[in-house]
Design a protein around this ligand. Structure first.
Ligand code: GNR
Ligand code: NI
Length: 130
């Protein structure tokens, strides 16, 4: 399967997805504000405001669904050197943090998502509209 997160079109990857039973994940939302991060033993300190978001998962290829997530969250944990870190974020960052922490707890978005459906690629969408 994947050897690094960049082998797949993902923004995050949790250890259990690659058969490592440890509470650790990597994340790179690929925007200008946020550096890639390794987070060990993450803990959600606070979370606020629920929103329904479209979500997919590398462990459930080709599907998407709608799931209720918190809009903003604060997560603490350790970085790859064992230093304490605190990540505060919203948008895709907040969604990804919740998704990866779910993986560590054995939960997949499909356990809670509504309207689970095949993901349609941009090419397929264009073809359908043509
Ligand atoms: O690549 C991924 N995209 C994504 C999009 C919306 C919400 C969560 C994610 S995480 C996912 C990669 C993955 O499955 N990580 O566990
Ligand atoms: Ni996932």
């Amino acid at each position: 399967m994947f050897e690094t997160m960049y082998d797949a079109p993902g923004v995050g990857l949790a250890a259990p997805q690659v058969n490592v039973s440890k509470r650790v994940f990597v994340m790179d939302v690929r925007d200008d504000e946020h550096e890639p991060a390794v987070v060990i033993n993450p803990k959600i300190e606070s979370a606020e405001e629920e929103v329904e978001l479209r979500e997919g998962c590398l462990s459930v290829p080709g599907m998407v669904g709608d799931i209720i997530r918190y809009k903003r969250i604060v997560v603490t944990g350790l970085d790859r050197t064992g230093q304490k870190i605190r990540i505060e974020g919203e948008g895709l960052l907040a969604q990804c943090l919740q998704h990866e922490i779910d993986h560590l707890n054995g939960t997949l978005y499909i356990d809670r998502a509504q309207n689970l459906r095949p993901a349609i690629s941009e090419e397929e969408k264009e073809a359908a509209e043509a």
